[in-house]
Design a binder for this molecule. Sequence first.
Ligand code: NAD
Ligand code: DAU
Length: 340
Amino acid sequence: MKVVVTGGCGFIGTNFIRYFIKKHPGYKILNIDKLTYAGNLENLKDFKKRKNYHFVKADICNALFMKKLFKKFKPDAVINFAAETHVDRSITAPSQFMKTNFLGVGTLLNLCLDFGIKGFLQVSTDEVYGSIEKGSFCENSLLTPSSPYAASKAGADGLVMAYHTTYKLPILITRTTNNYGPYQFPEKLIPLVILNALKNKKIPVYGNGMNVRDWIYVEDNCAAIDQVLHKGKIGEIYNIAGKCEKTNIQVIKTLLQILNVDESLITYVKDRPGHDQRYSLSMSKIKKQLGWQPKTSFARGIKKTIDWYQNNKTWLHNTQTGAYRKFYKQYYSKLGLKEK
Ligand code: NAD
Ligand code: DAU
């Protein structure tokens, strides 16, 4: 099988490619990524020489160039991780979220139609449902997104479903809760707390710290996406939950305790506008239909995550300074390719 993975140099994309190549060594993968501030080519540098893995720098919104890539690679399936993903950035600068997360998905859908793709999997989020006080959202719950990020993802989900209803495009959608693990850019809560704790810097807690997120270890999400791609029912949406709900302050205190860092670093700051109080997903559909459930406990996942960041301080440093871009330039010039 030939699979295009978009956004493969980001957090989940990187973990997914690592998981997927190991699980399916006979598959060919083309990773297409724009390498925004969140995309890091260094993440997959050990795959450079593999014959079944290729990388091309491109923007999913660039229809002409994407068409050339599809024509050359002739993919059977497309998995779309490419997105602008940080809620805070979507509040201060929403336009790029609309472009990549909605129009970019439209570009991919058109290409999938033109090239007769057998499966398009859109990686979506629990944030499309909005906040829930009690109980959990199921796949047919109403979408009430709160942030421009969540709204752009909800819009994309609508577009993906419309291409299935109207054109019979074989699509699948996954909606996942908060992922954590290696390679996550340190603007998101867990790597930010680790980074600041290691540097003895203040840890900003939005509002009263009582907002609830459901945490899933990234490899469990990768396994679920792989199962949905291979066994999911075309045209369907699958929630992927961690079944590990925690308040932000609980998460922060757990991290500080493991890192043996004093809680005095905790600093309560102004709340995020439109801050969702609680996310919660029912995962009974994926469990019943595909037999999937998360395997990694929070205690084990968080230990693995902290170990990874402590053993990869250069990676952390490079994300701060943009030094990985130098690596990208060297890598590309060695291949004799020009930046698109
Ligand atoms: P990330 O921000 O770490 O990575 C996004 C990647 O997409 C980067 O490599 C970036 O360079 C690339 N990209 C951005 N715009 C692009 C464009 N126009 N063309 C090509 N590539 C582009 O994000 P992540 O946390 O890995 O999330 C991946 C996907 O999973 C996203 O679609 C996100 O909405 C979804 N998701 C994330 C979480 C989470 O907790 N991180 C949870 C649920 C769903
Ligand atoms: O739920 C899935 C979503 O999870 C994904 O779709 C998004 O792409 C991803 O960014 C994430 O969104 P959140 O807003 O939940 O994640 P973030 O790490 O930004 O924040 C987690 C919680 O911690 C949230 O309630 C806000 C709070 N927070 C965050 C930061 C960065 C703080 O209190 N302080 C902080 O400094």
